[in-house]
Design a protein around this ligand. Structure first.
Ligand SMILES: [Mn+2]
Length: 292
């Protein structure tokens, strides 16, 4: 633990504790956006999700759960250097291992998507047969981008390299190079959606993996820019909250062992609704992690 430290100033996520005694879920922010290629600001995401969390109910009608009855910890925001991504990814890996050592499940609030690489590195030590479900607008399968192999546009390529199972499912991808899209289809990683809505294909594709450890990564640009404009690389043709509820409904029967919510850039949305949606998604994720 000597390589990491948390900043606990500012808001704490609604109904969470700072103490990690007997916690089932460990939440932490990673305020890093050093490789952003278009619109910066994801470093402000974690704090804003916590700021607005008090504005939503602690009770979730869909899952019939209340945050007040879940013992989960908000560790604060990781102190990260605002330079190259590699040291940040390394720190995320340590935090992930630390949270598993407490017998809790990690939930990372980004920050940009490259931070997920560290979370996967940490998770596969505990769950070598891990599979990943990626909700994202972009394939993120570039070999390198803007001079870095750890750019946010390379996240899934790096994850694939380190993942022993080589099993990643990608839902909502509607942007990428011809090669990226072709690869996802050839490898049967891309889960189809029809007219912008996820379908039962998600349920069917995941059915053989019931009980296996699944890591869920949610890049918030998966949502449509009309409901979540506050993100660095918005992509039209995305999803609504109802679609996310559908995904949660499928995943509640699975073994979700870790998750992240990344790429909220709150200052790009003057209305603030992006942050509220992100906070509500965080509530769902905490609950999902606590029951699986
Ligand atoms: Mn992404």
């Amino acid at each position: 633990m000597n390589k990491i430290s948390f900043n606990c100033e500012g808001s704490i996520f609604m109904a969470s504790k700072r103490s990690h005694k007997n916690c089932s879920v460990g939440l932490y922010g990673v305020p890093y956006d050093g490789t952003t290629s278009f619109r910066p600001g994801a470093r402000f995401g974690p704090s804003e999700i916590k700021n607005v969390s008090s504005g939503i109910e602690s009770y979730c009608p869909q899952l019939n759960l209340d945050l007040e009855s879940i013992n989960f910890t908000d560790f604060g925001n990781l102190e990260v250097p605002h330079g190259a991504p590699e040291p940040v990814i390394e720190q995320v890996k340590y935090v992930t291992e630390y949270i598993y050592s407490l017998e809790a499940k990690p939930l990372l609030l980004g920050g940009e998507h490259s931070t997920t690489i560290g979370a996967i590195e940490g998770a596969i030590k505990h769950f070598p047969n891990l599979i990943i479900l990626q909700l994202d607008a972009h394939a993120d399968l570039r070999e390198e981008w803007l001079g870095s192999k750890y750019n946010h546009a390379c996240t899934m390529r790096r994850c694939l390299e380190i993942l022993p199972s080589k099993t990643i499912f990608q839902l909502g991808i509607r942007s990428g190079t011809k090669e990226e899209i072709q690869e996802m289809k050839n490898k049967k990683r891309l889960i189809n959606h029809i007219f912008g809505r996820p379908t039962d294909e998600l349920r069917e594709v995941l059915k053989p993996h019931i009980g296996k450890p699944i890591y869920l990564t949610l890049d918030l640009d998966w949502f449509d820019p009309s409901v979540l404009p506050g993100t660095g690389t918005p992509e039209p043709g995305g999803f609504l909250w109802q679609d996310f509820s559908f995904v949660i409904d499928v995943l509640k029967n699975h073994n979700i062992i870790g998750a992240d919510i990344v790429e909220l850039a709150p200052q790009l949305d003057q209305s603030g609704i992006s942050s509220i949606l992100a906070a509500k998604a965080t509530r769902s994720m905490i609950m999902l992690l606590s029951i699986s």
